[in-house]
Design a protein around this ligand. Sequence first.
Ligand code: AMP
Ligand code: MG
Length: 190
Amino acid sequence: MAGKKVIITGVPGVGKTTVINEALSKLKSEGVEYKTINFGSFMFEVAKNEGLVENRDQMRSLDRTDQKRLQQRAAQAIAQIPGNVMIDTHASVKTPKGYLAGLPEWVLREIMPDMIILVETDNDQILMRRITDETRSRDKEGARAIAEHQEFNRSIAAAYAMATGCTIKLITNADHLLDLAATEMADALR
Ligand code: AMP
Ligand code: MG
């Protein structure tokens, strides 16, 4: 049987990577395995080798044509990976020139996901998480701007569902309720 392709999205700082790791450890004990792929890491590997950036958070300010080229290469490489694959990425990337689709038509055509998960939570919780995360260079923006980005992600996810027939699963990763989010994600992946 062909593997399942699941895409996990959510605005920076919502806790995608954390929920993914929790969900996968739950599934592993049941013998359900997914490879986790970080889309941004595939892009960053190439961008760094080309001398375009020094850290992954600089990529969203690159020229749009560079971002799209890196995105296309990453999609082609990820499409080759067999088995159940979970792709940690973004429904849209907030660039200085506006929202860039994270899964434009040529990326969707490569990957053909079965499901897209949107990890969400309250805008002020995301704001606090970004302020306290010292490992990343997160965008500094207010709760209103974060709300706009989360709303935009829901809209663009609807377009992705139309283009591929995949399902869209919304999961809330609220403060102190990581286990609930991870359980919901594991249920969706099983
Ligand atoms: P992350 O570690 O998931 O926050 O991703 C780091 C960076 O990778 C993002 O800020 C984007 O610049 C880039 N990136 C990740 N996924 C995509 C995508 N699907 N399309 C375009 N850029 C992406
Ligand atoms: Mg992450």
